[in-house]
Design a protein around this ligand. Sequence first.
Ligand SMILES: Nc1nc2c(ncn2[C@@H]2O[C@H](COP(=O)(O)OP(=O)(O)OP(=O)(O)O)[C@@H](O)[C@H]2O)c(=O)[nH]1
Ligand SMILES: [Mg+2]
Length: 731
Amino acid sequence: MDFAKFLKFGKKGAKKVAPKDKKKADSGFDWPSGVRIGIFGHSNSGKTVYFTVLNEDCKVARDLQVSVTDNATAGELLANFKKIWGISSHDGPGTHVDLQEERKFPDLSQRDRILQFTGIVDKDLKLPIVSYDYPGKAVGISEPSDYTEKVIDFMTGCDGLLFFFDPKILGSEITRQAHIASFVSMLERLAPLEDRLPIPIALVVTKADTLAGFAGDEQVVLIGTEEEPVVSESYEVFLEKVLTSEKVTRDTSWAGTVREVLVKTKDFIKVVVGRTLDFQIFFISQTGEPPEKIGAEEGRSLYKPPEKVRPVGVRKPMYWLIKAIARNRSLGKLKSFTRWVRLLSVCWIILVSLVYMYHFWFQLGRTTAFEDNTLNGRIASNCSETDLNYITKQYSRYSSKWLVTRFFREFSGKAREISDKYSNLEVGSRASTLDKTIKEFTSIVNNKDLWPNKNPTGDGVVLLPRHSQMEAGLGSFQTSEDSTSGLAQRAGRALELWNLLKACIPDMADTVKWSQLHQTINLYLSTPGNEINNEESVLFDALLKQKAEKEKQKKTEEATIDFQEIVEKINGNPNVAYRLDTAVRDLKRIRRQLDPNSDEARKITAYITDANWWKSERSYKFRIDNLPKDAHIHVEVTSESNTPKWTLKDEWYKGTEHSITWSPGSVINIALCLSDVGQCNWGANSSDYAKLGGKYSIFTMEGQIVFSNTGKNIQISFLPNLHNRLPVLED
Ligand SMILES: Nc1nc2c(ncn2[C@@H]2O[C@H](COP(=O)(O)OP(=O)(O)OP(=O)(O)O)[C@@H](O)[C@H]2O)c(=O)[nH]1
Ligand SMILES: [Mg+2]
C-alpha cells in the first residue's frame, strides 16, 4: 500500500485534491502539479515586478533560492528584468554585448502566465512551486474579466496565499474597501466564516518605500516571534499588541504608518485573526527607493525604476509561506495518520464488541438459557437422564465452538467442567437406577412368595409384571450403555444370575442348576477387575442363602438317613478349617464307598469343588466399617516366613473399600496408626500391630480385630461375607 496516499486521504476542501490530481480542478482548468502559491493582487499592486525582482534577489541569497523550471517562465522573467534594470542586448556576428538603455517598469499584464520554479528553503527543503501572474483587474469586484474565474479557481486550490496590498490606495476609501472585499470573498470560498483557515495567509504591503517611517529590512516582518500568539486573538487585542510592540513603537512615524495600514485593512484582518496561526504581515519594496514619477495614464501614475534597484524584504513573504506550507503538510500527514488511527480504533472497538456480544448474548446466552429452561426451577439431581444428557450436550457443544476455543478459552474450560458435572450426574443417576433394580432383584430373591411360578403347561416360569419390569430394567443397561462400562457389566451379571435363578425354579431339586448359580457367583467374585458394589454383594449373599434353604427343603423328601447325618454334621460346623479341609477329607472317604453315579456322590463332588475354590490365590474385597477416631491402617499380606516390609505406601481409612490378594497359609499384617499420617512411616512405626496367621487367616480378618497393646479394635466386612460363601453339602 502507498502509505503517502493513505495518509493524504481525508484532507478537506481544496486541499483534498492530491498534488498530482490538482492539474485538473473541478472547474476544468488545468494546473501543473506542485505546491501552489497564490498571489492575490489587484492591478498595479506589483505582482509582475515582484516575481521579476524575487528571481533576481534569490540569485545571491542563502535562505531562499528559486530555480526556474520552464522556459516560458524564464523568458518572461528575463524580459521584465531587462526592462527594470535598463539592459538590452545586441547580438552581432560572433559577439553578444549588453547595452544600457532606459529603465522602465513592465506594462500592466494583459495576459496570464503560469510560473513554475523550484523553491529551495535553507538549502535543504526543496519544493516544486507553481504560481500565477495575471492581469490584476481580474480580481476587481466591479470589473470582472475573462480571467476572473480562472484566477479564483487557482486561488481556491492554493496551498498558501499572499494578499498584495498597494499602499497607494490607502487614501481611497472605496477602492481599498473593494480590494479587501474581493479578497475576503475569495477566502470565504476556502473556508466558510468561523471555520479554521486551512492554509497560511499573509498580507504583503508592497511599495513600502513610499510609506512614512519605512527604513528597510527591520520593518519587513510586522509580527515578531514573541508576538506570534496575538494572531489567535480578536482584532482589537491584535491591534493593541502589535502597535505597542517595541519594534513598532521605536519610530513614531513608522508606528503611525502601521496603525493606518492596520486600521484601514481592518475588514481583512478581522477575517483572518483568530482563525489561523499561520498569519503574517509584510512590508516590502521591490525597488528599494521610491521610483521617479515620469507621467500618468488612466487611473495611475507612471514611474521609472530607480537607478539602483535594491529590493527590500521580497524573499521574506515567499520564505515564510513555503516554510508554513511544509510545516502544515507534515502536520496534515500527522493529522491524517491520527484520523486513520482513530478510525481503525473505532472499527476495532466495534469488531471486538461484536465478537463479545455474539459470544455473550448468543453463544453463551443460548447455552445457559437452554440449561435454565431444561432445569425449569428444579435442582439438577431431580432431573431426568434425558434432561441431564441434553444439558451436557449443550455445554459440550458450546465449549468446542471455534470462537470460544480461540478467544474465550477460560469459558470453554469452565463449560467443559459443567458438561462433565452434568454427565457425572447423569451417570450417577443411571448408577442409582441400576442399584435400585438390583435391590428389587434381591428383595424378590429374599421372599419366595415373590418368585415367578413354574409354568404349569410347559417349561420355564411365568413372569409377573414386577419380574418383567425388573428384567427390562436390567436389559436397558445392556442396550444403552457401552458394553465395557462398569454399569453395563454389573447389569449383565445380575441378568445372568436372574436367568440362572429362573432356570432353577421349575425343578427346585436340580442341584446342578443351583451349583451353576453358585459357581457363577464365585467366578464373578474372583475375576480381577470386576467392580462388585454393595448392592451386588448383597444380591450375591441372598442368592447363596437361597440355595441353602432349598437344600433343607429337599432333605425330607430324598435323603437317606446316613447321608442326612453327614450333611447336618458338616453344614452345622462353622469352623472354617473343618469345612474346607476335614470335611473334604471325610467326604472323599465316604465317596469312595458310594456308587459314583449316585446323587450323594455327585453332591459330595460339588462340595469338594466348592471347597477347592478357596485353595488358590485370589483377590478379596472388603470394607473398613470402623476405626478408632483419626486412625488409619496399613495392610500387607506376606508368606508365613516373611516379615512385612510396609512398602505399599498406602493408608486406608474408615468407610473405604479395598482388596487384598490372599492364598491359604498367607499371613495378614495389619498396622494401626492412631495419629498423624507422616509419623507412622507407612506402617513401620505404627501405634499397634496385629498379625493374623493360620491357614485361613482371611476369615479372622472378617468382623472385629482387637489390637492387644492399645486395646483398640477395628471392624472389617468382606464383600460378600466370607462365611456365607463356605461350601455347603446339599442334602
Ligand atoms: N514605489 C514603488 N512602486 C512600485 C514598486 N514595484 C512596482 N511599482 C509600481 O507599480 C506598478 C505596477 O507594477 P506591476 O508589477 O506591473 O503591477 P501588477 O500587479 O503586475 O499589475 P497588473 O499586471 O495590472 O496586475 C509599476 O509599474 C510601478 O510603477 C515598488 O517597489 N515601489
Ligand atoms: Mg502585472
